[in-house]
Design a protein around this ligand. Structure first.
Ligand code: SF4
Length: 322
């Protein structure tokens, strides 16, 4: 991983994380800027061109940093669920990623004022236990190598007994924090889907190896069969995939599992289609209360295919459907 250019807000220069990241990339050209939005929100950006050579932006998040999740989001029965905005965009390039429909460009923003995130978490904890998704607008484990953000969140959770965090990823970390409240959520797709649509992510076999490592180390593992993507031969494709997962992983030992078919806000789909070449975003979706989804008949068949395979080897109470 390398960045030809790193844009740094002047006010972000004094933060330890800024200095750590700049020292990790001594060959990058550093450009001081006033505000990250001057770069990130510029008009007429070309997402596809930028994705091929992402620039890094280091900034201070002085707005809202932690958000309550929308009712359509996954909560795994947690009562108070939030997501953190610690970074925007991802080093991977999934054709179906909603970030392509949401952000004006592909550059990666990392917010460096970590102590402010810590204060926000403590404020939320005053009202009771919270569950925070740390990878909502990025893939935190994938950028841990140069940001340390996974480590920041796992350290925070380790010291706060009412804080549960989810670190969702399509990468393959090698070491894991061990706690029931630190959940490594691995997104899994068939090899064919990963190769066609999830550019830059860890191949399926490598993710399965990482899951085994996490379980051997005693970490809490969540498997996310989400999004399940429609392809014309999805029965064969997902059938082979489920056999592969079941023969590789002891599913009785995973913490829980989520299953969900591809869905996206209607407002994001138009821009996503402009920014993505993937045939997976061209499906004639149905509009259901502002969300574009597969028709019920297709959706139910795809969910059943995955769920029925899982039910042969694990407790149905651990399976969450979205
Ligand atoms: S890994 Fe997740 S956040 Fe990153 S591009 Fe893929 S879908 Fe988007």
């Amino acid at each position: 991983m390398a960045f030809s250019h790193i844009y740094v807000e002047k006010r972000a220069l004094g933060y330890p994380l800024t200095q750590k990241i700049l020292s990790t990339f001594p060959g990058s050209k550093v450009i001081e800027i006033h505000h990250y939005k001057d770069v990130f929100n510029r008009k007429h950006q070309d997402f596809k061109v930028q994705a091929a050579s992402r620039k890094l932006v280091l900034a201070v998040n002085d707005g809202q940093r932690i958000f309550e999740t929308a009712p359509v989001c996954q909560d795994f029965d947690a009562e108070r669920t939030f997501y953190s905005e610690n970074a925007m965009n991802c080093i991977f390039d999934c054709e179906y990623c909603f970030l392509k429909g949401m952000y004006p460009g592909a550059n990666l923003v990392v917010f460096v004022n970590l102590r402010d995130f810590e204060k926000d978490v403590d404020e939320l904890l005053r009202e009771g236990p919270v569950h925070i998704n740390t990878s909502y607008e990025t893939d935190i484990p994938a950028i841990n190598g140069f940001t340390g953000l996974s480590d920041f969140w796992t350290d925070l959770a380790a010291k706060r007994e009412d804080l549960t965090i989810e670190l969702r990823t399509k990468s393959a970390p090698s070491s894991f924090a061990v706690s029931e409240r630190i959940i490594y959520a691995f997104s899994l797709s068939p090899e064919e889907i990963t190769e066609r649509f999830e550019h830059g992510t860890a191949p399926l076999k490598v993710r399965l190896e990482a899951i085994k490592r996490a379980m051997q180390q005693g970490a809490a593992v969540r498997l996310c069969f989400d999004p399940v993507i429609y392809v014309s031969d999805y029965r064969e494709c997902y059938g082979r995939f489920m056999d592969q997962v079941i023969s590789s992983i002891d599913l009785s030992k995973v913490r829980d599992v989520s299953i969900g078919t591809f869905r996206i806000s209607k407002d994001y789909l138009k821009q996503l289609r402009r920014n993505s070449e993937g045939s997976c975003v061209l499906y004639p979706f149905e509009n259901r209360e502002g969300y574009c989804v597969y028709p019920d008949e297709v959706r139910e068949k795809m969910i059943s295919l995955v769920k029925d395979s899982l039910l042969e080897v694990m407790d149905g109470g651990k399976i969450y459907e979205y």
